[in-house]
Design a protein. Structure first.
Lengths: 289, 377
């Protein structure tokens, strides 16, 4: 069920888009997977979408690129006969109007850019730290939406190519990240249903981040503390807290297993509030252990 | 909770209760996943218990929150009365979810000179895309909803949960987003007077539009042109409205509550939010740090760890596990505290409230009560 050769499943597609609600640790998971794949000898490219610089810091030795909608659209316009005016179109904000006239075109040009990179065959695995929150669905449905809205021309062709990429399990998969808590699990289930129905993309594993992998604790009321007197109450309260937390987690993981028939990868909760490159390395080792 | 500020909880204006008592609008901001919606709901519930007539507007509420509030059918775009157990003091709690397209249509209808023009706009495909997709539309409608509810006599406190955004300014600048869109150079391009002096334009008359049309499709572009034409003359009303909303955001009784949780990335974003607010002359009145691990006493990590080691030596493995657990939880609590330091310094002028991590998700009134006790301690 968990931690069964996670990399094999992951790297069966050239391109893996990591998606999940804000706060679940998408960026961490992207970094850990990239590190694990690179350690296994793969040529890995990491793509971040919203200009966060976090990944380059966490993976200083890997190929990390940032792709923005504005730049991709400009590039797209240059390639489609707007050579001289592209920059002006973007800087005057005509792009907003185009984006509104044909919603999803900003996402489509980003996916088009990713498709180009995937086609170059320079990398064994391209990992995309996907867009946040509910935006993942919008991002991934941009191609099918535009295919309907724009019946001919370069946008139509681009949408067709991107859709081909998304629907080819050899080339592309989506990996969803969640936490072992009720609300994130509910949201994962909803997102999965929507992706399945509306995109038809291969769903790779589910990564459950921040799992407490600690051993079950004994009931503190039944523990003989011997002669110790000081801090016993603290220890008892701490054990009760951890036990309650583990019980909730076990219930949510069980629910996830029942409702989602995908391989689960569990990443442990690190006892620090923020992660460094070293922590990513540790988590990556744990992943392939 | 913040001895460095010398707060006396309860009645001073600097206490969290004081911030809420003196407010007619509370704006909860912060990045996604920090418990912003839950915080807004808890504030609403407690304020209602204290006699306020409160409406909470949430952006994208988790289903369980509606359950926790006892709303079996979930939240809708209209305020719904939420049962509050103790209403002896005359307080009321109402809750609603932001319905962006419905709100946008109300704003359009309020500004259109006649129903026919309003219909032309709301039926336009470009408008429907705009209502659903223009970045900032959700923020804009949240601020519109805030203005509308503020003027609604049923309520004396509006608590608004801002859309998850990396940019605090998205919400603050939201009121002007449509007027800016309409004042856009692109708009002028589309509306450029023709030789005959008419502000009418067909795609064919503009080479650049023709070119854009070749990329995105000419019917798509025709919708855009029709939209801008239908909107002509309405920008004045929109601008006035935007000014009124901005004035409300800047009013003394509008207060900003920054919500964060003790992870490094969310704290960085919270610090960034606080900076942006300050840069625009807004101050953070209260800072809520959600989901802090409890520390379990003042003892050291080393102390708990050495007891675990002793127990292990004596073969008492269960006892060792219990002491190890205490050491681990204290390590986490100390690490979180260290991560928090920079933000707490930055928001030292605001009232800081710390809310501990509960063992389970907040999904019932009991849990909301526990949170309320911590917030309003």
């Amino acid at each position: 069920m968990s931690n069964v050769n996670p990399l094999a499943d992951l790297t069966s597609s050239n391109l893996v888009i990591v998606a999940g609600k804000g706060g679940v640790g998408k960026t961490t998971v992207t970094a850990v997977l990239a590190r694990a794949a690179a350690d296994a000898g793969q040529r890995v490219l990491v793509i971040e979408l919203d200009g966060k610089e976090a990944l380059a810091e966490l993976l200083p030795d890997l190929d990390v690129r940032s792709i923005s909608a504005a730049e991709s659209l400009e590039e797209y316009l240059v390639e489609h006969g707007f050579k001289r005016t592209a920059r002006r179109l973007v800087s005057t904000g005509v792009i907003d109007v185009i984006g509104t006239a044909a919603p999803g075109i900003d996402d489509l040009v980003v996916l088009g850019k990713i498709k180009q990179l995937e086609r170059s065959n320079e990398w064994d695995l391209i990992l995309v730290d996907g867009p946040a929150a509910g935006h993942a669905i919008k991002f991934l449905t941009s191609a099918s939406g535009l295919l309907d809205a724009v019946r001919s021309g370069p946008v139509h062709d681009q949408a067709k190519d991107v859709l081909e990429l998304l629907r080819d399990p050899q080339r592309c998969g989506v990996l969803l990240v969640t936490l072992p808590e009720a609300t994130p699990v509910n949201e994962l289930i909803e997102t999965l249903a929507a992706l399945d129905e509306r995109v038809g993309v291969r769903l790779a594993s589910v990564v459950v981040n921040q799992v407490d992998l600690g051993d079950p604790l004994p009931d503190p009321d039944e523990i003989d503390f011997g002669r110790a007197r000081v801090q016993i109450e603290d220890a008892i309260a701490a054990a009760a807290f951890r036990r309650a937390h583990l019980a909730v987690q076990a219930a949510e993981l069980a629910r996830l297993t029942t409702e989602v028939q995908l391989q689960q990868i569990h990443l442990s909760a690190r006892p620090v509030a923020g992660l460094s490159g070293d922590d990513i390395e540790t988590l990556a080792k744990q992943l392939v252990r | 909770m913040t001895p460095e500020l010398g707060d006396v909880p309860g009645t001073t204006p600097n206490s969290f209760s004081g911030v809420v008592e003196g407010a007619s609008v509370l704006v909860c901001c912060g990045s996604g996943g920090v418990g912003k919606t839950t915080t807004a709901a808890v504030i609403g519930l407690e304020a209602a218990r204290r006699g306020r007539r409160v409406v909470v507007v949430t952006i994208d509420p988790a289903r369980r929150l509606a359950d926790a509030l006892g709303l079996a059918d979930g939240l809708t775009g209209e305020p719904q009365r939420v049962p509050v157990d103790d209403s002896s003091v005359g307080g009321e709690l109402w809750a609603m979810m932001l319905d962006t397209p419905a709100m946008f249509e109300r704003v359009v209808r309020a500004n259109a000179p006649d129903a026919a023009q309003a219909d032309r706009i709301v039926e336009n495909r470009f408008y429907r895309n705009l209502a659903g997709a223009l970045s900032g539309t959700q923020e804009y409608m949240a601020s519109e909803a805030l203005h509308e509810l503020h003027g609604d006599e049923r309520f004396d406190l509006v608590v608004v949960d801002t859309p998850p955004s990396r940019n605090a300014l998205d919400f603050l600048e939201a009121p002007g987003v449509l007027t800016r869109f309409l004042e856009h150079k692109a708009f002028k391009l589309l509306m450029m007077p023709t030789r005959t002096g008419l502000r009418v334009l067909t795609v064919a008359t503009q080479p650049i539009l023709k070119a854009i049309g070749r990329v995105v499709g000419s019917d798509v572009l025709a919708d855009a042109v029709a939209f801008f034409q239908a909107f002509a003359g309405m920008d004045v009303g929109f601008r006035q409205r935007a000014e009124a909303v901005t004035a409300l955001l800047r009013a003394d009784t509008t207060r900003f509550i920054l919500v964060a949780s003790p992870q490094r990335d969310t704290l960085t974003e919270a610090g960034w939010f606080a900076n942006q607010l300050a840069g625009q002359g807004f101050s953070v009145h209260a800072t809520v740090i959600n989901r802090l691990h409890p520390r379990f006493g003042e003892g050291s990590v080393a102390d708990a760890a050495s007891r675990a080691a002793t127990a292990t030596e004596r073969g008492k493995f269960e006892l060792a596990a219990v002491w190890n657990n205490l050491a681990e939880l204290r390590t986490i609590a100390d690490a979180e505290r260290a991560e928090l330091a920079a933000l707490l310094e930055q928001v030292a002028d605001s009232t800081v409230v710390e809310v501990p991590l509960l063992p389970s998700d907040v999904h019932d009134v009991v849990a909301l009560d526990v949170l309320a006790q911590h917030l309003f301690a």
